[in-house]
Ligand binder design. Structure first.
Ligand SMILES: Cc1ncc(COP(=O)(O)O)c(C=O)c1O
Length: 253
């Protein structure tokens, strides 16, 4: 069973279909139809809730306690993170084992950011790559940016009112792994910043017209973050910067 902003639910449903395991997916009702339909197609039980992923998480915990179902909530079991480490391996391999200077990642629950960093540290300890490791940049939507608040101010604001975002994967108002994400930013000399919904849309349009690629809003957020960081000179002209596009525009219909 999994509470999800969309994509993780589809992935779990697919794996469960192949493994002949029953899957229950709990997702915010406002999520795009494609993300819901793929879970149904894979034969999962799909539960839709009003609210964000934290409401889905609460329901998942109570179903797990009642039925004994395995709870796949982000970072509450060890296996998904190990899988996400392959992002780090692919980056190292595709950069020919000389890592970029800066990696910009759109974070919600944090598995990607933490997984990439874990992979790098393990590769370093096996002497497969050399330091220094990249600066890790975390980007979120202005609509829901707990990590940016925690990074910049050390706490959530009094009037914290997280909203949904076109970047469903980033609308995680109370991530479980906040400390682990902050540790990655600190250890890597990284930074956290937000982009607006309008900026994400602008990013999608720009990359479509200049690169011929249809990014997810989360992926477009990394591009807009890069622009801001270049302007602020956190990114230098000579830096090798990697933007992680975590999804496809096609799934957001
Ligand atoms: C497209 C997309 N990008 C980014 C994320 C953020 O995930 P995480 O922070 O767990 O790596 C998600 C999670 O749902 C997602 O679906």
């Amino acid at each position: 069973m999994i509470p999800t902003a969309g994509n993780a639910g589809g992935a779990l449903s697919a794996y469960c279909a192949k493994a002949e395991i029953e899957a229950t997916v709990i997702m915010p009702r406002h999520t795009a139809e494609t993300l819901k339909e793929e879970c149904r197609m894979y034969g999962a039980n799909l539960i839709l809730l009003d609210g964000l992923i934290d409401a889905c998480g609460k329901m998942a915990r109570s179903i797990a306690a009642e039925t004994g179902a395995f709870d796949m909530s982000t970072m509450k079991e060890p296996y998904r993170l190990e899988g996400k480490k392959t992002l780090g391996y692919e980056i190292a391999e595709q950069f020919n084992w000389i890592l970029p200077d800066i990696i910009i990642y759109p974070a919600g629950g944090g598995t990607g950011l933490i997984g990439i960093w874990k992979a790098f540290k393990e590769l370093l300890s096996m002497n497969l790559i050399k330091g220094p490791l990249p600066k890790m940049v975390l980007v979120q939507s202005e609509q829901c940016s707990p990590m940016v608040h925690l990074f910049q101010k050390g706490k959530l604001p009094e009037n914290y009112a997280p909203q949904s975002s076109a970047a469903y994967g980033l609308a995680v108002p109370y991530p479980f792994a906040t400390q682990m994400m902050l540790n990655v930013l600190k250890e890597s000399n990284g930074i956290a910043l937000t982009v607006s919904e309008q900026e994400m849309d602008e990013g999608i349009q720009h990359i479509a017209k200049t690169e011929g690629q249809l990014l997810s809003p989360e992926g477009a957020a990394t591009f807009m973050a890069a622009r801001k960081l270049l302007h602020e000179e956190f990114i230098k002209n000579e830096d090798r910067v990697l933007l992680v596009n975590t999804g496809s525009w096609y799934k957001y219909r």
